[in-house]
Design a protein around this ligand. Structure first.
Ligand code: C5P
Length: 230
């Protein structure tokens, strides 16, 4: 169990590679994120292996389907013991409510959050799928809907965190990728923020991948991030 805001993204194409990294990290000082590629390759075995090592896991599969299907998928994730799971807010109120109610009815404490607008989408992309608003407007609309549907938070950029804090409150979770510690390379991230700036902006959890996983000494990188946050 960890009280750290840090979630390390295990973006690996195999169970072995993911566990090799996990074995270099301390479950008391971070949580781990498992995404679509790793989960599609390794399945529930990766969750068992990480839980067995004492890690709490954010299963980042971004479910988006009819309400009954998403509720079943979220229940399956929760019954495998994951700490956090997510859906696409664009799936709508009924989908999100069904998922939240399913967890509650079964006494499952897994955190359920939503993705609002993928950061890869620009205004022109939204127009192409029939949405005549800016990404920022759509993020706000979907964050409100997420909260009204009974979910605990959203995935958002650090740039969005401050505004979402104003409209959804402090306790609404704001899980933020695109974080770059002052020592790290930017890689392909567009709009980045340092860990301490993101927490100041209102992010409650920070998703960090390559600055830790590609460091020569991952625990040393984690320690440097903790120092930036202290
Ligand atoms: O290596 P890096 O720190 O860039 O990894 C960030 C993680 O957060 C990756 O798993 C990436 O898929 C995810 N993510 C992101 N930007 C988003 C949503 C998710 O970087 N808008």
């Amino acid at each position: 169990m960890s009280e750290s805001p840090l979630i390390i993204a295990l973006d690996y194409p195999s169970l072995d590679a993911a566990l090799c990294m996990a074995d270099q990290l301390d479950p008391a000082r971070c949580r781990l994120k498992v995404g679509k590629e790793l989960y599609t390759r390794s399945g529930p075995a990766v969750l068992e292996a990480l839980h067995g090592r004492g890690f709490e896991v954010f299963l980042d599969l971004k479910f988006h389907d009819i309400p009954n299907t998403v509720a079943g998928a979220v229940q399956a994730a929760a019954e495998q013991g994951v700490w956090m799971v997510n859906v696409h807010a664009g799936g709508g109120r009924k989908m999100m409510e069904a998922a939240a109610e399913r967890l509650e009815k079964n006494g499952l404490a897994t955190h359920l959050i939503a993705v609002t607008v993928l950061t890869s989408l620009q205004e022109s992309d939204l127009q192409e799928v029939g949405l005549s608003c800016t990404p920022a407007e759509q993020v706000e609309r979907l964050a409100r809907l997420t909260q009204q549907s009974g979910l605990q938070g959203v995935v958002c950029s650090a740039q969005e965190a401050a505004h979402l804090k104003t409209i959804c409150g402090d306790s609404f979770l704001k899980v933020t990728p695109g974080i770059r510690p002052s020592f790290a390379a930017v890689n392909d991230q567009q709009r980045i923020m340092t860990p301490s700036k993101a927490i100041q902006a209102g992010s409650t959890h920070l998703v960090i991948g390559r600055p830790v996983t590609q460091a020569a000494d991952p625990m040393e990188a984690l320690t440097a991030i903790e120092a930036e946050l202290a």
